[in-house]
Design a protein around this ligand. Structure first.
Ligand code: C2E
Ligand code: MG
Ligand code: MG
Length: 576
């Protein structure tokens, strides 16, 4: 017989898991030191991280030790969040603070904290209080369980929010389902929502919950219609076991490709599916799900793909763009993005005949950040569109101001990413700006990178034609960087070819054959009425070469670096 005093010495103690939330690493360390023999410890260094962790592993935790005073999302807000999700009904929260004034304590209790500990505290006291809380709570949980098994945390069956069976139940049932359907080919689908954590951050947890509920409903619909079974794996992850048939694959593809089937869908937050076609063998349900999830992982950061079927060993990849994407979003709202203009000159006269708008991030802490540091990430995830639309708008507004002031203006080009072509109606957005600022389309050029042509060439060609026929100038950017493609020049309706300087360096060796390629390209362009501009011109050797090749325009440090718009305005005024 084990006495109360020995209660925590039983093997049960290892089951307990605590989440320590504190912005101070030292405070977390101290608590960890005190508790680590009796508990498995998880840590969050702020309110936001805590909320994310709670979303993911609320079910697994036994207690939360929550610092109330934290920068950003503070402890009260975490409590509010937990209470809103009824988490405080099942998971005890011990609030900790140096500030032990009565209203503070009151507020914490009102929000659902079960205990309050003032700092500094004695080691023994805190250990006893944490352990007592946990054991009392787990007893209470058993009582609750008898009343309402569905909502029980210790022995979970169904997710409260979505009404879908929880992981363990799901896995158990999959096993018997497989045994009962031995003659049907089945597939395990891992389903989630792209960038869902960011969704919560952008649109709020409440909307996020709605999206999850809607998502679960769609999956349950498929399961009901075709005979299948849905499980909730935590966070925004679901599993779906269904027959492997073309009809179901089609439905899944449609869900992934057309977000508008969801009321709470937002661009960039599309449904994603990884599929494992089950080979009968000895694998566990968990392994099947793992494989489906690995397929899902493969397309995680690829906004052009919504469904992926598991093939061989698909390796897991890392990458932490999460924080930066949140920071960029903050920067957008804080108006930290602006554009510089780099002049484009006529090679024979040196006159400034145009400019390219290039984004700059004036970060509140880091100062000026160049595109190389954030554009690739934004392009990969597709979130570049947000920034691009901001820049296009700023450029148009600025041109209008210049024209109103009677200043001279030259065509300005803006960069258009592959993601923009996929996610926006680029022509429509620009038309809106032309209307808003009463501008002539001839003043705006769009630069689309040649690299985009590697993807969905048809879609690109269609958009370029549309832009061109609407009256915008269309430039093919970075031509010759990496692989260059003569077809693109032949097929596309473009006004200007922007040659990458690397392309011209080919011939720096002076080999005739090498020179002949850019020479040929420039000649071909001229024949088709396409202007050529060399980018990244840094020295007189390059200028000489370009003159020999009969290139029309130049852009590069040798002439001008990118500059703030107001400097560019001065430059063209003085030239005038
Ligand atoms: P890009 O469109 O090819 O722009 C030309 C880049 O070359 C600019 O870099 C420019 O500053 C740089 N450059 C110009 N002359 C020289 C030179 O003589 N030597 C060297 N070494 N570099 C030169 P930046 O501003 O850092 O932009 C880099 C890339 O980021 C751009 O390449 C473009 O792909 C992307 N980007 C910039 N602004 C935007 C934007 O608003 N939207 C999108 N989607 N992408 C942007
Ligand atoms: Mg460009
Ligand atoms: Mg370029």
């Amino acid at each position: 017989m084990i006495g109360m005093g020995d209660f925590f010495m039983t093997e049960k103690r290892k089951r307990y898991r605590a989440l320590i939330v504190d912005d101070s690493a030292m405070n977390r360390e101290i608590l960890k030191e005190i508790l680590k023999d009796d508990m498995e410890i998880f840590e969050a260094c702020g309110g936001e991280e805590a909320m994310n962790m709670l979303m993911d592993r609320f079910q697994q935790l036994d207690v939360v030790l929550l610092d109330l005073m934290m920068p950003g999302v503070n402890g009260f807000e975490v409590l509010e969040f937990m209470r809103g999700k009824h988490m405080t009904d099942y998971l005890p929260v011990i609030a900790i603070s140096v500030d032990d004034k009565e209203p503070n304590i009151e507020r914490a209790f009102d929000l659902g904290a079960i205990d309050f500990i003032a700092r500094p505290y004695s080691e023994r006291t805190i250990l006893r209080r944490v352990l007592t809380t946990v054991s009392l709570f787990s007893k209470q949980k058993t009582l609750v369980a008898e009343i309402d098994r569905q909502y029980l945390v210790g022995d979970p069956k169904v997710d409260r929010l979505t009404g879908v069976d929880l992981k363990q139940t799901f896995f158990n049932n999959v096993y018997s389902l497989l045994r009962r359907n031995e003659d049907v080919e089945l597939m395990m689908v891992a389903a989630d929502i792209a960038n869902f954590k960011l969704y919560n951050n952008y649109y709020g947890w409440e909307k996020g919950d709605c999206y999850l509920q809607e998502y679960a409903k769609k999956l349950k619909g498929i399961a009901q219609q075709f005979g299948g079974y849905v499980g909730y794996m935590g966070g925004d992850d679901f599993a779906l076991l269904v027959p492997h048939t073309p009809a179901i694959l089609e439905i899944i593809r449609n869900l992934a490709e057309d977000g508008s089937r969801f009321e709470f869908y937002q661009p960039g937050f599309a449904p994603k599916f990884g599929i494992y076609v089950i080979e009968r063998g000895m694998e566990s349900a968990q392994t099947m799900y793992d494989r489906a999830e690995r397929a899902l992982y493969k397309i995680k950061n690829d906004y052009t793909r919504g469904v992926c079927i598991y093939e061989q060993e698909m390796s897991a990849m890392g990458g932490d763009e999460f924080q930066m994407l949140i920071d960029i979003r903050r920067g957008e709202q804080n108006r930290e993005f602006e554009f510089f203009v780099q002049p484009i000159c006529d090679l024979s006269t040196g006159e400034v005949v145009g400019g390219e708008a290039l984004v700059r991030w004036i970060h509140k802490d880091k100062g000026l950040v160049v595109p190389g540091a954030f554009v690739p990430s934004l392009e990969r995830t597709g979130f570049i569109s947000g920034v691009d639309v901001i820049i296009w708008g700023q450029v148009c507004q600025w041109m209008r101001q210049q024209l109103d002031a009677g200043a001279p203006m030259v065509p300005i080009s803006v960069n258009v990413s592959k993601a923009d072509i996929y996610m926006l109606d680029v022509t429509g957005v620009l038309d809106g700006l032309m209307e808003q600022y009463q501008l002539d389309r001839k003043l705006l050029a769009v630069e689309i990178s040649e690299e985009v042509y590697d993807g969905d060439a048809e879609r690109l060609a269609r958009e370029m034609t549309k832009l061109h026929r609407s009256g915008y100038r269309v430039y093919l950017d970075d031509y010759g960087k990496g692989r260059f493609n003569l077809l693109s020049m032949k097929d596309l309706e473009i006004d200007q070819l922007k040659l990458d300087m690397g392309f011209l360096e080919l011939e720096a060796e002076g080999v005739d054959l090498a020179v002949s390629i850019p020479e040929f390209v420039i000649r071909l362009a001229k024949k088709r009425g396409i202007t050529t501009v060399a980018e990244g011109v840094e020295n007189t050797d390059q200028v000489d070469l370009l003159q020999k090749l009969d290139c029309d325009l130049v852009q590069g440090y040798h002439f001008y670096r990118p500059m703030p718009a107001k400097d560019f305005a001065k430059l063209i005024s003085s030239e005038n």
